[in-house]
Write a protein that binds this ligand. Structure first.
Ligand code: ADP
Ligand code: MG
Length: 158
């Protein structure tokens, strides 16, 4: 696939299914932001960097720490709520945010693929796999060739 893939859009409300109680909230991108991913075809889990930008007018200084470019894992899948006709991209950012950021701008650079989607027999198995995904992502992103993407022009704020 043609990595890096750059995405941006306003964080949408999802169906609130499980993300937070699995300890893994996922910020949903709007449909129109996903088109750069349609070339990728492969559903599953990806890794890269993401950045959350508060709307203009909000006190950005309060959130300074959170405008950082942070490691993320992204799940790309066919959404059963739309009869599997729509792709959904959901991004979990590896950072403890102080509050939700629905409506905020989310920018992401997708750098690599981790694994296909799997069917889980148990919640515990799913949670264990998510933890593995995060470790894989953090280890991959340590490579200097990936780390330099934290300074990518995609993340420049005007
Ligand atoms: P939804 O179905 O609305 O996407 P989730 O349970 O997946 O619900 O929670 C996602 C929301 O949680 C995001 O839209 C964002 O506002 C918030 N959030 C808080 N911390 C994070 C994080 N570390 N990564 C992604 N989203 C987060
Ligand atoms: Mg979600």
């Amino acid at each position: 696939p043609p990595f890096p893939i750059k995405l941006a859009g306003l964080v949408q409300r999802g169906f609130g299914r499980g993300g937070k109680d699995l300890g893994c909230p996922t910020a949903n991108l709007p449909d129109e932001s996903i088109s750069p991913l349609s070339s990728v075809a492969r559903t599953g889990v990806y890794y890269g960097y993401a950045q959350v930008i508060p709307p203009a007018g909000e006190d950005r200084s309060l959130l300074e720490d959170e405008v950082k470019v942070l490691p993320m894992v992204m799940s790309l899948g066919w959404n059963p709520f739309y009869h599997n006709e729509r792709l959904t991209a959901e991004i979990h950012i590896m950072h403890a945010f102080k509050s939700d950021f629905y409506g905020f701008e989310l920018r992401a650079v997708v750098l690599g693929y981790i694994r296909p989607e799997l069917d889980y027999v148990s919640r515990e198995a799913l949670i264990a796999d998510i933890e593995t995904d995060k470790c894989v992502a953090l280890n991959s992103l340590k490579r200097p060739d990936y780390e330099r993407f934290t300074g990518d022009s995609h993340f420049q704020i005007s």
